[in-house]
Ligand binder design. Sequence first.
Ligand SMILES: NC(=O)c1ccc[n+]([C@@H]2O[C@H](COP(=O)([O-])OP(=O)(O)OC[C@H]3O[C@@H](n4cnc5c(N)ncnc54)[C@H](OP(=O)(O)O)[C@@H]3O)[C@@H](O)[C@H]2O)c1
Length: 335
Amino acid sequence: MATIINQADVPKIKLYNGVEIPCVGMGTFGSDRFTPDQVSNAVAGAIRCGYRMFDCAACYGNEDQIGEVFKAAFDEGVVKREDLVIMTKVWNDMHERVEESCRKSIADLQCDYIDVFFIHWPFPNYHAPGCDVDSRNPDSKPFTAERFMNTYRQCEELVEKGLIKYIGISNMTIPKLEAVLPMMKIMPVACESELHPCFQQQELFDYLVAHKIQPIGFMPLGSPQRPERDMMPEDVADLQTEVMQEIAKAHGVHPALIALKWAHQRGQIPIPFSIHEMEYTSNLKCMTEDPLTQEEMDKIVTLECNNRLVKGQVFLWPGANDWHDLWDEDGFIVE
Ligand SMILES: NC(=O)c1ccc[n+]([C@@H]2O[C@H](COP(=O)([O-])OP(=O)(O)OC[C@H]3O[C@@H](n4cnc5c(N)ncnc54)[C@H](OP(=O)(O)O)[C@@H]3O)[C@@H](O)[C@H]2O)c1
């Protein structure tokens, strides 16, 4: 029989506005490898095992299938709408038409409103699904605070209209945050960033915490099934490092669960993805038992090696040098 995790046992994270959300969510990016049906079946199983938060996105191409699953869960009385935290994101080609994108996600997800609505990337640079790493869109543009705020203002209007509860941002850098936070009327509750043991982004993490923006860590397991375009020979496989293997052995679990415990104990919300019941169930259950020791936490800190996996080449604009330009590594915005 499937394992069901008691809601009361799942730790909660308090946002700056006092609202509490679960300490882990389920990712839903099929990664060019899993079909929408595989992903939505996993969402159905995950609701039943006790997940209450789902990280969706318009560009994952599976919101209508996931919406069928949400509707069935509501109709069958498995959960009520207000029990779920549904997150989704506006894709780069809809930055001028945010309300339209939001309304489509709400219709597809059959969920009446969105809990946290993210700006997926801070620039309007579109690439086709499944494109390869050398693909470039000649219409791509560098980030500017004005363009970003034009999109963000539309999100603020969605809060005012009741279509979304809270705003989220994603794939940001400290220089970009410095430029836009002072212009916001409604502060974002959360920021999604790539965060895993070999890519901890400590400075960004500290900046978010200091500004009361909850860090959400995507690719928390180092995304072993990520698309080909995001695989480079120099990438490190987080879960295969000696430190992760040793700690996993000491706890008698898969290193994936060590990465998730580390994420939670550090203070970020991981959003692991899996279509396998055994995996997604243990990804939730591990939050309820057997924490890491301080010594183990300290050992994982030493794994940091700037192992950025989503480099973002496909978002580069004409005239940009290389993917480093997307991440403002010298402390100023590359325009
Ligand atoms: N905001 C953004 O720009 C952004 C970008 C990327 C991702 N995301 C979000 O973050 C989510 C997570 O990222 P991700 O899916 O790329 O990577 P991930 O969660 O780090 O890795 C997922 C893979 O890890 C394996 N796995 C999962 N649980 C496991 C377990 N308990 N034991 C062993 N292996 C396990 C599975 O591979 P196998 O199938 O081989 O077992 C699965 O395909 C996405 O689904 C998406 O919602 C957001």
